[in-house]
Write a new protein. Sequence first.
Length: 311
Amino acid sequence: MKKNNVNGWQHCKKERKQNMLAKETTTIGFIGTGVMGKSMARHLLHAGYPVIVHNRTKEKASDLIAEGADWADSPHEIASKANVIITIIGYPKDVEEVYLGELGLVKNARENTYLIDMTTSTPSLAKRIYEEAKKKNIYTLDAPVSGGDVGARDAKLSIMVGGDEAVFKELQSIFEVLGTNIVYQGPAGAGQHTKMCNQIAIASNMIGVTEAIVYAKKAGLDPEKVLQSITSGAAGSFSLSNLAPRMIKGDFEPGFYIKHFIKDMRIALEEAEGMNMETPGLSLAETLYSHLSAKGEDESGTQALYKYWDR
């Protein structure tokens, strides 16, 4: 691959080889080994990639370390050792710190490193990271995911990617270890915008799913039998098939935290406002989930919306 000069980046797509990165020359740094990140890092490890992990709480990475992953004490250390670095962390402020801070990835990664942010963050931040990385001949993609803990565990995530298409093609073999529905959406920020579309669709759907389960119970029906009828019909959705059964069982453990869903909805509301778009369904969902947050449900899974009615 040619070393970029002042004009090199503008002609990146023409100059870069379209081959996927070779596994034997790839070391993956993985930052964020939470509910989803742990499974994702494990898939990469089992696929034969050398993986270096970092998490704010080392204990959450202990299983991966026992399975053969190396530990790094900081993102700065990962930047010095890995040529592909994946992040899936909490909030945009965390992404900004990890990528753009003095000890962050962009200022400390080597030339020609690939940075993939799979956090749900803001499109504007994704664009900033892209522009700052470009100045150092570092390649970035924003690649948020959907599918929750089940999709991460089963390597069936939907991955929506923004950035340079040539870079996406080089990293496609890595994405294929993590998901089954991998779509290049467009330039930097496009992945995050697509994730906002996903979250907007889920927000209203979660209200409908929860109301359906509550209605079934109040009507004296067996909710599990109701699900047998409606999950395969026109009402079918991931939330109905995977989260409604958890509601019925009273299982509110997080596949996706309420606190993170609220963060996502607020990003989407802000983006929609900037486009002069009304989002009544999204606004209502954010109000209901904020009510639960105020009641101490931040650490519960999104299916805990059921508790809004079950009181």
